[in-house]
Write a protein that binds this ligand. Structure first.
Ligand code: SF4
Length: 416
């Protein structure tokens, strides 16, 4: 089978290489299929470039990745599905090809995403384990069900990066990515990754992927895992292996307040980690959570690793006391910066959405496309407005209000 894999993501703040397509291409190629990646990230005319890719490669089917439904930021939100829908309509109507959709954005309500886009089928979750079967069944009558992806623990899945111009990404401010695992065992009520099956990649294959990109000139990376410290033993093993490989890279990670010890931070420093983004939220936490925040910020700083906090707050029924507790905690711990977001993006299958939709008073605080029952069009819950937040932050330069610029932490701290 010949499969064209399309990256329609043209968001440039920063541009992000389509790592998910590289893994899907790797699986298909390893099984004997022919693949080609059409990366439209820098395309000035996506339809023309798509036509060129289809007519020159003549695929049997097309896969399209949806990285995000939108930017998840309330201010100056950008919604991506309309443009992707136009591409899919073009592929189906002009060429009669079946289109399979996957990617992280598919998890934001797979049936709704598939229907909005007019795709033939959709995979929610890691596609590697099922993608061949789904492509193989696309011509049957019953194609449009939702397929739930899975990947066996420690599965083999080499990357296939042909067709992605990493140098162009680097020139436009993008950096390379890699992942050590998929899924997250935490239960954050606002996150589509919550309680998803965790599966780890084989460490030698992760290193081989890094080595390949490093040999091609990439030396800055960001980790694409939901949170690096999902499993402390695995994280330590990976760091030891990267250090012993002698591949010299500078990389950024996301972490959650859990699963850490002093050795982890020593090894992170030795293996080239220069930036940690710690994901914190204020929804019903216990003292152990706050202790983990404290230990992680302290350990990062004492090992010379920059640490910034992404803090989501303003949950239903929360009062000023909760927010002030966290602000005081951060003022005392002094990470390098704290980005605060008080606009909670709702999706159909989230616990926080369920809580809000049961309470008429909470529903009064919804902003955006409140009539859209699919929650694909951007809708946010907010009860801490800009003026009140500004008053609470009191011009302390430690804090930054999220959503007022389009940067991400690894571009904000680049070169600092
Ligand atoms: S720890 Fe991070 S990835 Fe996991 S559920 Fe919470 S926010 Fe999502």
């Amino acid at each position: 089978m010949k499969v064209l894999l399309v990256n329609p993501n043209r968001y440039q703040h920063p541009p992000v290489p389509p790592i998910g397509l590289e893994y899907i291409a790797g699986v298909l190629e390893a099984a004997g299929d022919q693949t080609q990646i059409a990366d439209l990230c820098f395309s000035a005319d996506p339809l023309r470039d798509l036509d060129t890719a289809i007519t020159s490669f003549n695929p049997d089917a097309v896969g399209i990745t949806v990285r995000n439904v939108d930017t998840v930021l309330f201010q100056a939100n950008e919604f991506f599905l309309t443009e992707i829908k136009a591409l899919i309509t073009h592929i189906r109507e002009r060429y009669g090809l079946k289109v399979l959709v996957g990617g992280a954005g598919a998890s934001a309500g797979p049936e709704f995403v598939r229907d909005f886009l007019g795709a033939d089928s959709i995979i929610s979750g890691p596609g590697e384990g099922v993608v061949r079967e789904v492509f193989g069944g696309l011509s049957s009558a019953n194609t449009n069900k939702v397929h739930f992806g899975s990947r066996a623990v420690a599965s083999a899945c080499p990357r296939h990066s042909m067709g992605i111009d990493y140098q162009q990404y680097a020139e436009k401010g993008g950096i390379a990515g890699f992942e050590t695992h998929r899924g997250c065992s935490s239960s954050c009520i606002y996150c589509v990754e919550a309680d998803t099956r965790v599966s780890f990649r084989k460490i030698p294959e992760v290193l081989a992927g890094i080595q390949q990109l490093h040999a091609g000139g990439m030396d800055r990376f960001h980790l694409c895992d939901p949170e690096f410290n999902e499993d402390l033993d695995f994280s330590l093993e990976f760091l030891r292996a990267l250090k012993e490989s002698r591949i010299k890279i500078d990389w950024a990670v996301y972490m959650k307040p859990a699963n850490q010890n002093r050795r982890l931070f020593q090894l992170m420093k030795e293996a080239g980690v220069s930036l940690i983004t710690l994901t914190v939220d204020s929804w019903k936490k216990c003292p152990l959570y706050w202790t983990e925040i404290e230990k992680i910020i302290f350990s990062a700083r004492s090992n010379g690793i920059k640490i910034v906090v992404d803090f989501l707050t303003g949950f239903p029924y929360e009062d000023d006391e909760t927010l002030n507790f966290y602000l005081d905690l951060f003022r005392r711990l002094r990470p390098d910066s704290v980005g605060i977001n008080t606009y909670i993006r709702l999706y159909a299958n989230l616990k926080v959405t369920e809580i809000i939709m049961k309470d008429a008073d909470l529903k009064e605080r919804l902003l955006g496309a409140v009539e859209d029952k699919t929650f694909l069009l951007p809708v946010f819950y907010n009860h801490i407005g800009p003026e009140r937040l500004s008053g609470l932050l009191d011009n302390d330069p430690l804090f930054r209000v999220e959503g007022l610029d389009k940067a991400v932490n690894y571009t904000r701290t680049a070169g600092n």
